[in-house]
Design a protein around this ligand. Structure first.
Ligand code: FBP
Length: 326
């Protein structure tokens, strides 16, 4: 009998190869346990009536969904139980969440249920996370880390059970869930160079509110590439990783309804944009903001800072970045 390599065996060998400690394994075990439990609650959400609204508004000014709360509580439970996390930043909580401030080793930035517009329909959503490490050589001031300081970043596409993890200088790996709910069969992911499969992904409804130069760039490129949009970052970026192309959530600069304008972008830097940018870099791609600045270089000033995002195949990112830098 032969069985696929498990995620835990993969990461154990990775740590051994790099003479690293077991602390990271314990943290990853916690994150994987959280994702599996969120997957279970999401799969049974309609049945148990958990796909509705709670009736309150979160730090982003968005209506909180019951599943947002459930995913948050599950994640905080497991991050707390592993003892390896100093503090966490979560999309659902205004303040930084202190966990094991004395004994912890890592900072975790996460959005445990991304793609809220898909939740009430039970459609694909994502669990996104970025991991940074405390300063082991001197005093630690707990400052928010830029994406370039992340040690790892990952995303689960729920409920399809696909897990993608990028490790600093060690590539981007995809795992699939097997019949006993183990993540197995690590496959290294590199963005395809063959442009025939490349796609563009953005919310077409906002196109007329993008900057003129971005609209012009899209009008030129859309003749060459297919268009796909799920409305959940994890799902849309998962496709880009497989087929190549560009996912973009540009700044919304002149929306007819001023309330919908987002000159600074919509997506959150620390637990959305920097996570997919890190995964993309380790898969041979790149990511920039509305000024053409590399996403991983942006130093966060506050936990829920927003940014525009252009992420995907390097030639396309370089091309749009040139336009954005003017
Ligand atoms: P949430 O974290 O509130 O779900 O917002 C993020 C997100 O849903 C992304 O997953 C997705 O890429 C984008 O917003 C969709 O936004 P829109 O519905 O405006 O296209």
């Amino acid at each position: 009998m032969r069985f696929e390599q498990t995620f835990m065996n993969f990461i154990l060998q990775h740590q051994e190869r790099h003479n690293r400690t077991y602390h990271f394994l314990i943290l990853m075990d916690a994150i994987i346990s959280a994702a599996k439990r969120i997957q279970h609650y999401y799969l049974t959400g309609a049945l148990k009536g958990n796909l509705g609204l709670v009736g309150s508004v979160n730090v982003q000014g968005e209506e909180v969904m019951r599943m947002d709360q459930i995913a948050q509580e599950i994640t905080i439970h497991y991050l707390g139980s592993c003892g390896r996390v100093i503090h966490a930043v979560s999309e659902e909580t205004k303040e930084i969440i202190p966990i094991n401030t004395e004994g912890g080793r890592y900072f975790v930035y996460f959005d445990s249920l991304d793609g809220s517009s898909n939740v009430s329909h039970g459609l694909p959503v994502g669990f996104l996370f970025g991991i940074a490490k405390r300063n082991l050589d001197g005093p630690e001031d707990g400052h928010l880390r830029a994406g370039k300081d992340y040690r790892a970043a990952g995303m689960f596409v729920i409920p399809t059970g696909t897990f993608t993890l990028a490790l600093l200088d060690s590539g981007t790996w995809r795992f699939h869930i097997d019949e006993i709910m183990n993540f197995v069969k690590p496959i290294q992911v590199m963005l395809p160079e063959d442009t025939r499969s490349w796609e563009l992904s953005f919310n077409e409804a906002n196109r007329r509110a993008f900057a003129e130069r971005v609209q012009a760039w899209i009008a030129e490129k859309e003749r060459k590439y297919a268009f796909r949009y799920l409305g959940a970052l994890a799902g849309d970026f998962h496709r880009i990783l497989s087929n190549g192309g560009l996912f973009m959530y540009p700044a919304i600069v002149n929306h007819p309804n001023p309330e919908k304008s987002r000159p600074k972008g919509k997506l959150r830097l620390m637990y959305e944009a920097a996570v997919v940018a890190f995964i993309c870099r380790e898969a041979g791609g790149d990511a920039v903001d509305e000024a053409g600045t590399p996403i991983l270089e942006i130093q966060p000033e506050e936990p829920h800072q927003r940014t525009a995002l252009y992420v995907g195949s390097k030639p396309l990112v370089d091309d749009i970045a040139q336009i954005l830098r003017g």
